[in-house]
Design a protein around this ligand. Structure first.
Ligand code: SF4
Ligand code: SF4
Length: 162
């Protein structure tokens, strides 16, 4: 049997732009100073541990080949959150990417797997998508709303439709 082709970051540095790197004091949505070509890491063998340990969902086999982050300008990975379990974080690296079909497809596939999804736009607006059957404490939702998060709760949508 033919081995499936392993995915590689080659040519993509989308997470180097869209992520915070504490060790480099690099804020979110800034080009890393070690990514001068925009295509690869200049310090690959000595990059900080948090860069070494980072793997996006696409590199881990999520989505199709066409969903490579530098093509769809969306970076997603699973994270730990005390209130939400293991939600997916979906960040747009280019304004408008969260409104595209790939973003909708990624969000829907995670909701079908009963995972929450947090989206972050280029202008730092946040949204939380809650799948059917998952409950998030009301006081936590109230806190997020207070911080201007948009909440999309499939359970609330079901109640409204009844
Ligand atoms: S976004 Fe994914 S594919 Fe692109 S450089 Fe980062 S880990 Fe690699
Ligand atoms: S150090 Fe390298 S891997 Fe880490 S953010 Fe910068 S360019 Fe990317």
């Amino acid at each position: 049997m033919q081995e499936p082709q392993k995915r590689s970051c080659d040519g993509c540095t989308e997470c180097c732009f869209a992520s915070t790197v504490v060790a480099l004091s690099k804020p979110v949505f800034t080009q890393c100073k070690h990514c001068t070509s925009g295509e690869r890491c200049d310090i690959y063998s000595t990059k900080p541990l948090e860069c070494t340990e980072y793997t996006c969902g696409w590199l881990d086999g999520e989505g199709t080949e066409a969903d490579k982050p530098n093509r769809i300008h969306l970076v997603h990975n699973q994270m730990f959150d005390l209130m939400l379990g293991m939600p997916w974080l979906l960040i747009e690296s280019q304004a408008g990417a969260l409104a595209t079909e790939p973003a909708r497809r990624i969000i829907e596939s995670k909701l079908r797997q009963h995972d929450c999804v947090i989206t972050v736009s280029r202008i730092l607006t946040f949204a939380l998508y809650i799948p059917q059957g998952r409950s998030v404490p009301d006081d936590h939702l109230a806190q997020l709303r207070q911080r201007s998060w948009t909440i999309h709760d499939e359970n609330a949508a079901m109640v409204a439709a009844e």
